[in-house]
Design a protein around this ligand. Structure first.
Ligand SMILES: C[S@@+](CC[C@H](N)C(=O)[O-])C[C@H]1O[C@@H](n2cnc3c(N)ncnc32)[C@H](O)[C@@H]1O
Length: 199
């Protein structure tokens, strides 16, 4: 099975800062956190990929990004990626350190991604397909960037995701311009990609 995950350093920086600021102003302390679908990039290509959110990249960086992703895709197709670099977990830990999280769970359906984050000092790793089930225990903060729209059943995945957030908790959701909408009445939209579960 081809490894499907495309990510790079700083891709979701804006979302993470937005989440951190909201969590701080709402008084979150020692939250439980889950990151669903952290993604990875071939280790030796990682340093060549431009950093930061896509919309902040200048033209030359966009071309560079296209070329690196093209190379990464071919390498993955032939299973030659060797080791993967997972930036998202480290970035979450850094951005949300001020909340003193009590737990961070990394969730992915692909065991290769979970194996790649073994050394990052994470509390837990959980293999789970978000199209099939929700998290066994709801978390105070759930982060899900660029996953739902690439799953086999986005509607089911969204339903399970919404059921994975604790009451009063925050959901930071990025769907990369897809038409996926959170219309669940239990949720209040705080920012374009940030929701609070109100009951
Ligand atoms: C496109 S990458 C996104 C990576 C990163 N979050 C980002 O924004 O760049 C999708 C990630 O979600 C995982 N994934 C895809 N479908 C999934 C599912 N149904 N359940 C859980 N994880 C899934 C993939 O293995 C991969 O790690």
């Amino acid at each position: 099975m081809k490894l499907k995950s495309t990510t790079w350093k700083g891709r979701n920086r804006t979302r993470l800062f937005e989440l951190r600021d909201a969590a701080l102003s709402l008084g979150f302390r020692h939250p439980t956190i889950a990151d669903i679908g952290a993604g990875g990039i071939t280790f030796f290509l990682s340093g060549l990929h431009p950093e930061g959110p896509k919309e902040e990249m200048v033209r030359s960086q966009k071309v560079q990004r296209f070329l690196i992703r093209f190379a990464d895709d071919i390498i993955r197709k032939f299973g030659l990626y060797g080791s993967l670099t997972v930036h998202e977990i480290r970035e979450i830990k850094e951005a949300l350190a001020c909340l003193s999280p009590s737990e961070i769970v990394v969730v992915d359906k692909d065991p290769r991604l979970l194996r790649a984050i073994r050394d990052v000092g994470i509390t837990q790793r959980l293999r789970l397909d978000i199209c099939v089930s929700r998290l066994p225990e709801p978390k105070d903060i759930v982060i899900c960037y660029n996953v739902i729209q690439v799953t086999e059943d986005p509607n089911r995945a969204l339903e399970n995701l919404l059921d994975s957030v604790a009451d009063g908790g925050l959901l930071s959701l990025e769907t990369n311009g897809s038409s996926i909408e959170v219309s669940d009445r239990r949720y209040k939209r705080l920012r374009p990609c940030l929701y609070r579960k109100i009951s």
